[in-house]
Design a protein around this ligand. Sequence first.
Ligand code: HEM
Ligand code: HEM
Length: 179
Amino acid sequence: MNELAPSRYSRAVRLLHWTTLALLIVVYATAELRGFAPRGSGLRAQVMQWHMFLGVLVLLLVLPRIGARLARPAPAILPPPARLLALAAKATHLLLYAFLVLQPLLGLITAQSGERAVVIPLLQWPLPLLFGPDHDLHEISEDLHVGLGKIFYAVIGLHAVAALWHHFVVRDNTLRRML
Ligand code: HEM
Ligand code: HEM
């Protein structure tokens, strides 16, 4: 193996990976917790504003993240995992990238087609309207957004458990490459 080959992902990829994780924790928490605030209350509206705004940030960050990832090949895992396992990891990563693009887009479509303004919290500045009112579109995108959100608890969980399994059981450098 080339000794000059990088042993970690680029700084941009690492920073964007963990920043996105932090954002997703808050985005998921706000989605789950809004149900505890009374319907129609200011608190519920505010929780939703943060959900939508931080969700849009996830979308804005995934674009430079994909660019940064494509700019440099992934560092090698040492010792190399079995081919089938490496393939499964690649497929999961592609699913996760697709989720990071599609899920916030579906959220944005759900909100704007349902005439719910998406604003920058605290400032109350509205984001540009990309989708007009459309009842059918609203219903479909809402179902997909809520459904995908639930399915990806499992995919993200699997991904995180796999990373920890590599680190603590297999004891290879998979996780260290992302730190
Ligand atoms: C990666 C980012 C996102 C994730 C993981 C996510 C996840 C979720 C989840 C799990 C729910 C369902 C909550 C429940 O069970 O009631 C939800 C609801 C919702 N999300 Fe998101 N969301 C994201 C981004 C966005 C964005 C960017 C917007 C809008 C700009 C948005 C707007 C909404 C709306 C309006 C609902 C309520 C749907 C309903 O009426 O039940 N989301 N989101
Ligand atoms: C505790 C949570 C997490 C841990 C411990 C973790 C750990 C890791 C590790 C070790 C890698 C490198 C894997 C490899 O190259 O084979 C990785 C890659 C990746 N992670 Fe995570 N991750 C976590 C959460 C997330 C979340 C929430 C997402 C997005 C929804 C995500 C998306 C990705 C993607 C797309 C890659 C592929 C990078 C590439 O292009 O090669 N991760 N993660």
